[in-house]
Design a protein around this ligand. Structure first.
Ligand SMILES: Nc1ncnc2c1ncn2[C@@H]1O[C@H](COP(=O)(O)OP(=O)(O)OP(=O)(O)O)[C@@H](O)[C@H]1O
Ligand SMILES: [Mg+2]
Length: 328
């Protein structure tokens, strides 16, 4: 056979292969249910509507390994509604970013997406918008990983990546965005596919993310409290709930934000220590922050001389160094 014949045959062969591939894909498309049954019988993992993505399938040991083995430090902000979670999470992200430009990811796990705005992010897509096209359908794990990669690339900001979760489980919607976020972390973000040094998570208000264990991928949990009775009680509730569900978080911290009364500050400090949490100190009510918010400016425009920036700078130091101690 001449070289020319050989090349022609090869081209023909590839054409046939390509056609076959398309044919097979079309066949699968038409017979999705049957194909899924075969895959399920062969123990392939398939994400389906209203099906929890992993709890049954990922063993406790595997979960632990993915968090402990990871070099990524995941820091979440929690507390009652309106206490300053998003503001302080953004400030932490900015200060860590300015320290030595580590690889950073900001995650907004609050369905009422505010974190990107406070950070001044320009264009971004949410996880729930990403899975919108699969609504009522099926999302194969490999496709999910590909789309997740694309989402992170699209959402890249100057100095950090961004992952807003978006609205969860609308009517007739696909499966819980929260569960997808959790499985994305356990299955690839913390397994070395992404080399983030820090992931900063702005959690939704309240304790549901703790009781449902959607925050189980956190290493550090920062609870923010203001001077209201309800927000102080939320510290207790978070503690009680996390003990109840045995969520495995390395460090739990408390920050008192905008608390004026010395008496309340003492109460928050004592409570944190009583519950075995680390009290990180107060952040004062800062008029510059208030003005920034009013003008719709990003946290990156807050001056380094502002009281909130200065205090958060010291607090960031404490958070980072307590993580280092744990690594030793
Ligand atoms: N130390 C501070 N000084 C002045 N204003 C502050 C301070 N901390 C937060 N704020 C302001 O308080 C408001 C609520 O803060 P933020 O949105 O961060 O709270 P949140 O806990 O994330 O609320 P939500 O539960 O709705 O997500 C914002 O307008 C913010 O600018
Ligand atoms: Mg918020």
């Amino acid at each position: 056979m001449s070289r020319k014949d050989e090349i022609e045959l090869k081209i023909k062969d590839e054409t046939v292969k390509k056609d076959k591939k398309t044919q097979i894909e079309e066949m699968i498309e038409k017979n999705t249910d049957k194909v899924l049954k075969i895959l399920r019988d062969k123990n392939y993992e398939i994400i389906e509507p209203n099906q929890k993505t992993e709890p049954e399938k990922i063993t406790a040991a595997k979960k632990k390994a993915s968090k402990k083995d990871s070099k990524t430090r995941v820091i979440g902000f929690s507390g009652k509604g309106g206490v300053g979670k998003t503001t302080l999470a953004s400030l932490l992200l900015r200060i860590i970013m300015e320290s030595d430009s580590p690889a950073l990811l900001g995650v907004d796990s609050d369905p009422n997406t505010c974190f990107p705005d406070v950070l001044g992010a320009q264009k971004y897509q949410t996880l729930s918008e990403m899975i919108e096209k699969y609504k009522g359908g099926r999302l194969p794990p490999r496709k999910f990983q590909q789309d997740f990669n694309t989402l992170l690339l699209k959402n890249e900001q100057e100095g950090y990546d961004l992952l807003p979760m978006g609205k969860s489980e609308g009517q007739g919607c696909y499966c819980s965005v929260n569960n997808l976020l959790k499985s994305a972390f356990q299955e690839f973000v913390l397994k070395g596919d992404y080399s983030y040094d820090y992931v900063i998570v702005d959690c939704e208000a309240g304790i549901e993310h703790i009781s449902r264990k959607t925050s189980s991928f956190l290493n550090d949990l920062v609870i923010v409290s203001d001077g209201s009775r309800m927000s102080v009680n939320t510290i207790k509730n978070i503690h009680k709930t996390s003990q109840g569900v045995e969520i495995d978080i390395d460090n739990t911290y408390v920050i008192a934000n905008r608390v004026k009364s010395e008496e309340v500050l003492d109460e928050i400090k004592d409570l944190a220590e009583e519950l075995g949490m680390k009290y990180l100190g107060p952040i004062p009510d800062d008029p510059e922050l208030e003005e920034l918010n009013y003008l719709g400016k990003s946290i990156f425009e807050l001056s380094k001389d502002s009281p909130a920036y200065k205090r958060m700078n010291e607090i960031t130091e404490k958070i980072i160094s307590s993580g280092k101690k744990n690594e030793d």
